[in-house]
Design a protein around this ligand. Structure first.
Ligand code: PNW
Length: 493
């Protein structure tokens, strides 16, 4: 069977298989593959996703690059944090990670083998500005020039995240990081510089990845960099500075990017799912979405903190000006949404808030990561709520995926059917959304390859490609075939 033969092969075999135009894994199944002669997706023939839908994978700089001391890169708060004893569960760090800095050309071929036409990656701020601000480091930027050229030469459209948590340590030392609005301003200067240099090839920028996660973990409970545990008022001020940094960066990219450069956030909105699909519960889930995302998405898209947010934070509310709110809500071209899991199942209620959040039963299943409860309908409801609440016309799913135990079977293949189950169900719900007109334009699967999973070190693997962290060898898991098949059909395989 073509399928088994392919699965046993390592990366070199995979590309050979694709280059030779051998029959795809679906050959002989009841649904014919729709790839054209050159292997490119034949979208018109597919009943699945809209024409022109973008299929991508996602990564971030600190999680994959390694080479932390090469070519003038400055230290980031994650270098410092991961080298602090007791912070990372397996005592690892990302000094070499997947060695993508050296292996980027091979990694672009991994993407090509999947058939993706887009790639979301992040820029390490401290490669470009080793001290966070001041003198740029051209050698650091050159890495991204090389990567962009390689992507474009292979027909893969770059989507660039400016901040995926690896703040230059110098800004932490000088300003206390995001506790100061000086960091928001430095972020805008860095965004302006990058837009100036890269917007000839990069048409889409994401400002900040998952504000809520890094603020809560890094400044609230202190389990991620920079490892602070601030008071409620301190934490709310950090939130505000991060939102402000987003808005300032939007303005900087507009001012310094080429005409047509598009920009938006990439947020893991708190996902609120109607427990049962009734009009009252759907409305309640929308209200919950607006309130539970008040500190980031709501203020970014409405230009005000909700009454409930201000009442709830009381004297701990952030200090801000009307001008701040205007900046934070600078118009965006799209909203990026990271959707992994249902955060809340919502039931309409006759109370002050208008909803209750159902407690999760202990029996609710989870994937390998205990926080990752599979609830495929999240990827239907989150973009739908966002489109309806704020009249958003363009949405990208900027991350979705799962970790797994990913043990090779006796024949050496990683049959990650749990990941395939997860992806199949989420993509089916995403197709439900696009078929109803929810304006999702593309999907970025997290992640291209196994990588450094923050405080879980190398213990949680999210990749379509398995990485041997000793040899850095990449091997496709069965889910890589699933994703390729889905992209080829432009419909869930
Ligand atoms: C995201 N949650 O983090 C990050 O953007 C990635 O860098 C990370 O590797 C990936 O997802 C997998 O964890 C999240 O608890 C972590 O809901 C946790 C949650 C969501 C996103």
């Amino acid at each position: 069977m073509a399928f088994r033969r392919f699965s046993r092969r390592q990366f070199a075999g995979l590309t050979a298989w694709l280059a030779a135009g051998l029959s795809s894994p679906s050959a002989g199944s009841d649904q014919a593959a729709t790839a054209g002669e050159d292997g490119s997706p034949n979208r018109a023939a597919s009943p699945g996703f809209p024409n022109g839908f973008l299929w991508g994978t996602a990564t971030s700089s600190y999680q994959i690059e390694g080479a932390v001391n090469l070519d003038g890169r400055g230290q980031s708060i994650w270098d410092r944090f991961a080298h602090t004893r007791g912070t990372i569960s397996d005592h690892s760090n990302a000094d070499t990670a997947t060695d993508h800095y050296r292996l980027y050309k091979e990694d672009v071929q991994l993407m090509k083998a999947l058939g993706v036409n887009a790639y979301r990656f992040s820029i390490a701020w401290s490669r470009v500005f080793p001290d966070g601000a001041g003198a740029p480091n051209p050698t650091g930027l050159d890495f991204y020039n090389r990567l962009l050229d390689e992507l474009l030469a292979n027909g893969i459209e770059p989507f660039v995240t400016l901040y995926h948590w690896d703040l230059p340590q110098a800004l932490q030392d000088r300003f206390g990081g995001w506790t100061s609005r000086d960091t928001s301003k430095a972020f805008a200067d860095y965004a302006a510089f990058v837009a100036e240099r890269l917007s000839d090839r990069v048409k889409h920028f994401f400002t900040i990845n998952e504000c809520s996660r890094f603020v809560h973990h890094g400044y609230g409970i202190g389990v991620e960099a920079p490892g602070l545990k601030l008071s409620q008022s301190g934490l709310n001020q950090v939130r505000h500075h991060v939102a402000l940094g987003h808005g300032l960066a939007v303005q900087a990219i507009r001012a310094h990017g080429r005409a047509g450069t598009r920009v938006g956030p990439a947020e893991n909105a708190v996902s609120c799912i109607p427990a049962i699909n009734t009009p009252a519960n759907v409305r309640a889930a929308e209200i919950a979405t607006r309130e539970l995302n008040a500190g980031y998405m709501t203020v970014m898209l409405e230009g005000k903190y909700t009454d409930a947010f201000l009442a709830q934070t009381g004297s701990d509310a952030p200090k801000y000006t009307a001008e701040d709110l205007r900046v934070i809500s600078s118009p965006v071209d799209f909203v990026g949404l990271n959707v992994y899991t249902p955060n809340h199942y919502v039931v309409a209620a006759d109370n002050e808030r208008g909803f209750i959040l159902a407690p999760f039963p202990a029996s609710f299943p989870h994937m390998k990561a205990s926080w990752l409860r599979p609830g495929p309908e999240a990827i239907y409801w989150v973009p739908r709520h966002v489109a309806r609440l704020w009249n958003v016309k363009s949405i990208y799913i900027t991350e979705n995926g799962t970790s797994g135990s990913d043990q090779p079977a006796a024949d050496g293949t990683i049959y990650d059917v749990d990941r395939i189950m997860y992806l199949r169900n989420y993509l089916t719900q995403l197709q439900r959304a696009t078929s109803e007109g929810v304006p999702v334009l593309g999907y970025f699967l997290w992640s291209l390859m196994d990588n450094f999973e923050w405080l879980d070190g190398f213990e949680q693997r999210f990749g379509l490609y398995h990485v041997d962290f000793e040899t850095k060898r990449r091997t496709p898991k069965l889910s890589a075939s699933f994703y390729r098949e889905t992209i080829t059909r432009n419909a869930v395989a």
